[in-house]
Design a binder for this molecule. Structure first.
Ligand code: KIV
Ligand code: ZN
Length: 405
């Protein structure tokens, strides 16, 4: 039987085994910021970039320098300010884009130009009007130019997942020969399923010809709600860079959510056998910072960083949690920097959780008193979504909320 490690199991030593590293490429400031309602000015981007550096991000895609002067300046400022992560700028395979991205990255300690060009039949015909060979030639010429302007080059085959697999192998083999050291195969329109993604990455890893070490990268969109599952499937098949965003923000339905990818890799480490360099205790604060900077909240039930991610209201779950937190939690709130697990007192809660909360508040009612308090609590909980400490204090001191309304 496979060992099901769970970090809530304090005795497990599975995390001590050395594992391969998966690079986390954050594109919150580019693909994320590109989505309607999420744009950030230069100052906001710089604040976010510092938070991403503290989080332990390997590559920060700071923007698309040729898109606007403000984006150029944001990338340039971030490139000068940060020393830890690789700073990346996006560029089309066009001379103007490549030159300005190179200029924006000039001050970076370690820079990457991220080139992209569509490869799928639909995009070749309707968007680019290019033949298969023209796409390969354009990509290679751009990579060779970009190599002279940055420390490293990433090449993305836009709409890779709807590209003929044999042709994608040709494109990536040529890109690697031209000097790209990261080959990114995006699911640009969020079309794939995990099984398909795993098969495609396995195929690419097997067939793409490369003389130097290259890293295969995944970049999944969430149109069908599978971006995180698809990213994890790519990792299982050998991808060693995952492109993702804080809170999963991004074009249309968004990108793979960084916090979900990172925590899945950590919680299910024996399954994936890889590590990231992320300080997971900074996930929640970073998510909060992004909501403040963009004014866009995350849903309460969002995995890992939503307000309910570590909250329990039902009596059965609360009873279990009070006995052993592993009963209903696979990770701790502290693991993601969220403070404490919350046992929310509401109409679904039971006596055990109520007694525990009363004890925290300094009340130790006997069984008879507890019967009265519990009845009053239930009556109030039916009227309110959540019963707060002030309400409990009042009930414990003999106040009947039903009597006074
Ligand atoms: O989704 C996509 O294909 C992209 C590329 C530019 C990498 O964002
Ligand atoms: Zn994208």
């Amino acid at each position: 039987m496979t060992h099901q490690h769970n970090p809530t199991d304090e005795n497990s030593d599975v995390t001590d085994v050395a594992a391969e590293r998966v690079r986390i490429f954050d594109t919150t400031l580019r693909d994320g910021e590109q989505a309607p309602g999420f744009s950030m000015d230069r100052r906001a981007k710089l604040r976010m970039a510092h938070a991403l550096e503290a989080l332990g991000i390997d590559v920060i895609e700071a923007g698309f320098p040729h898109a606007s002067p403000d984006d150029f300046n944001a990338v340039a400022e971030i490139a000068r300010a940060l020393r830890g992560p690789t700073i990346c700028g996006l560029a089309r395979c066009q001379t103007g884009d490549i030159e300005s991205t190179g200029r924006a990255l000039e001050g970076a300690h370690h820079s990457r130009i991220h080139l992209f060009l569509s490869t799928s039949p639909l995009h070749r015909e309707h968007k680019l009007g290019m033949s298969k060979q023209q796409v390969i030639d354009t990509a290679c010429a751009s990579i060779e130019r970009a190599k002279t302007l940055s420390h490293e080059v990433e090449f993305s085959a836009e709409d890779a997942m709807r590209t003929e697999p044999e042709y994608l192998v040709e494109v990536f083999s040529a890109a690697a020969a031209a000097g790209a050291t990261t080959l990114n195969a995006p699911d640009t329109v969020g079309y794939m399923t995990p099984a398909e993604i795993a098969e495609r990455f396995a195929y690419l890893l097997k067939h793409v010809r490369r003389d130097q070490h290259v890293i295969f990268s995944s970049h999944c969109h969430d149109d069908l709600g599978m971006a995180v599952a698809n990213s994890l499937a790519a990792v299982s098949a050998g991808a060693r860079q995952v492109e993702c965003t804080i809170n999963g923000i991004g074009e249309r339905a968004g990108n793979a959510s960084l916090e979900e990818v990172v925590m899945a890799l950590r919680v299910r480490r024996p399954l994936f056998g890889v590590d990231t360099g992320i300080d997971t205790r900074k996930l929640y604060p970073t998510s909060r910072l992004l909501t403040q900077l963009t004014g866009q909240a995350v849903p309460r039930n969002k995995a890992v960083v939503g307000e309910n991610a570590f909250a329990h209201e039902s009596g059965i779950h609360q009873h279990g949690m009070l006995k052993h937190r592993g009963t209903y939690e696979i990770m701790h709130a502290q693991d993601v920097g969220m403070g404490e697990t919350r046992l929310v007192l509401g109409k679904h809660s039971g006596r055990h959780a109520l007694r525990q909360r009363l004890q925290v508040l300094g009340h130790t009612p006997d069984e008879g008193e507890m019967d009265i308090i519990f009845a009053r609590f239930k009556a109030l909980a039916d009227k309110k979504r959540e019963v707060h400490d002030e309400d409990l204090e009042a009930i414990a001191l003999g106040h009947d909320p039903e009597a006074t309304g």
